[in-house]
Write a protein that binds this ligand. Structure first.
Ligand SMILES: O=C(O)c1ccccc1N[C@@H]1O[C@H](COP(=O)(O)O)[C@@H](O)[C@H]1O
Length: 218
C-alpha cells in the first residue's frame, strides 16, 4: 500500500505545442497523446505526436495512447512517436509485455483497465506484475465500436478504490474527472495519479480557466 500524497497529474488529448506548455505551466507532470482509436475526441496523427513530443523537456512524461493489440506494432509506433511511456488502451492479443521491455528497455508501460464490474479487480491484479502502472478508466470494449477512453464519464470508484488497495504498483484514475469532482475522487480512491481529457476542455480545446480550477482543487 502506498502512502497518500498529492496525486501527479496527466493531461491527455494534447493536440499542439501550445496546449502542452499550458498543461506543464499549470503543473502537469505527464502529457497524453492519443493515436488512432475506434472512438474518442482526442485522436491526432502520429506525425503531430512526434513533432510535439520532440519539444517536451525532462522530467515531463510523454504517454502514447495506443489501441493496438499487437506488441510488435506497438514497438514500431513508440519508435515513430518518440514518447517515453506507452498507455495500452486495449488487451494485448499478440505478443506480451516482455517484447516491449526487451525492444525498448527505457519505456514505461501503463495498462488501461476499464472498470466495469468486480472482475476488473482480478484483471488488475493479474496484469500488475508486468507493467509499471495501471490506469483505471471508463469504457466498454465489448461495443461494436469500442470505447477505450475519452468518454467523459466516471465509473464505480468503489471498485477503483479496491484495486488501489490490492495492487502494489502506481494507480492512475481517469474517466470524467473535472474541477467539480476531483476532490471527492482523491478522497475516495487516493490514486498515485489523475488523468483527464474532456473535464478541462471546451469544444475540444484546452480551457485555461478549467485547468486552473482543477489544479486549485488538489
Ligand atoms: O480521448 C480519447 O480520444 C481517447 C480515446 C480512446 C482511449 C482513450 C482516450 N483518452 C483517454 O481517456 C481518459 C479519460 O477521458 P475523459 O477525461 O473521460 O474525457 C483520458 O484521460 C485519456 O487518457
Amino acid at each position: 500500500m502506498h502512502p497518500t500524497v498529492k496525486p501527479r497529474i496527466k493531461i491527455c488529448c494534447i493536440s499542439s505545442i501550445e496546449e502542452a506548455w499550458t498543461a506543464i505551466n499549470y503543473g502537469a507532470s505527464a502529457l497524453g497523446f492519443v493515436s488512432q482509436m475506434p472512438s474518442g475526441p482526442g485522436v491526432i496523427s502520429e506525425e503531430l505526436i512526434a513533432k510535439i513530443v520532440a519539444k517536451i523537456p525532462p522530467p515531463i512524461a510523454t504517454f502514447l495512447l495506443t489501441s493496438s493489440q499487437d506488441t510488435q506494432e506497438i514497438i514500431q509506433q513508440i519508435k515513430r512517436c518518440g514518447t517515453n511511456t506507452v498507455q495500452i488502451c486495449d488487451k494485448i492479443e499478440s505478443g506480451n509485455y516482455q517484447d516491449i521491455r526487451e525492444a525498448l528497455p527505457g519505456i514505461s508501460m501503463v495498462q488501461v483497465i476499464h472498470v466495469t464490474n468486480e472482475y476488473s479487480i482480478n484483471e488488475a491484479i493479474k496484469i500488475a506484475p508486468f507493467v509499471d502502472a495501471i490506469l483505471l478508466d471508463s469504457g466498454n470494449q465489448s461495443l461494436d465500436i469500442k470505447e477505450l477512453g475519452g468518454t467523459g464519464r466516471i465509473h464505480n470508484w468503489d471498485i477503483s478504490k479496491q484495486i488501489r488497495g490490492q495492487v502494489e504498483i502506481p494507480i492512475f484514475l481517469a474517466g470524467g474527472l473535472k474541477p467539480e469532482n476531483v476532490a471527492l475522487a482523491i478522497k475516495q480512491v487516493a490514486p498515485f495519479g489523475l488523468d483527464l481529457c474532456s473535464g478541462v476542455r471546451t469544444n475540444n480545446k484546452l480551457n485555461e480557466n478549467k485547468l486552473k480550477r482543477f489544479f486549485e482543487q488538489l
